[in-house]
Design a binder for this molecule. Structure first.
Ligand code: FES
Length: 107
């Protein structure tokens, strides 16, 4: 089972186990992680699951679709080159060890 780490804006970190087929957002919300709201339930409609992908991992993720790209423009926190929607990151065994940084706010 892969595990990923979320780093909060205050420096705290949470390591989260990810079940087969889950997105990073699903794993975070299932385990009650604060900092991911996921108001639309993973339908790429809210941008409240915004994360910054840590250095070195971005190129290992699948490319983002057009709707994710457009939605990130409206995210509450600053959009950066490493911005992604965590509901669109399906965690495969190859992503074991992935590090995602949480923005200061999601709304
Ligand atoms: S949960 Fe709404 S866009 Fe990801």
């Amino acid at each position: 089972m892969p595990a990923i780490t979320f780093i909060h804006s205050d420096g705290r970190s949470d390591r989260v186990d990810v079940s087969d087929g889950e997105s990073a957002m699903q794993a975070a919300t299932r385990q009650g992680l604060d900092g991911i709201l996921a108001e639309c339930g993973g339908n790429a409609m809210c941008a409240t699951c915004h994360v910054y992908v840590d250095d070195g991992w971005l190129s290992r993720l699948p490319a983002m679709a057009g709707d994710e790209d457009a939605l990130l423009d409206g995210a509450a926190a600053e959009r950066r080159p490493a911005s992604r929607l965590s509901c669109q990151i399906k965690v495969t065994p190859e992503l074991d060890g992935l590090v995602l940084r949480l923005p200061e706010r999601q709304v």
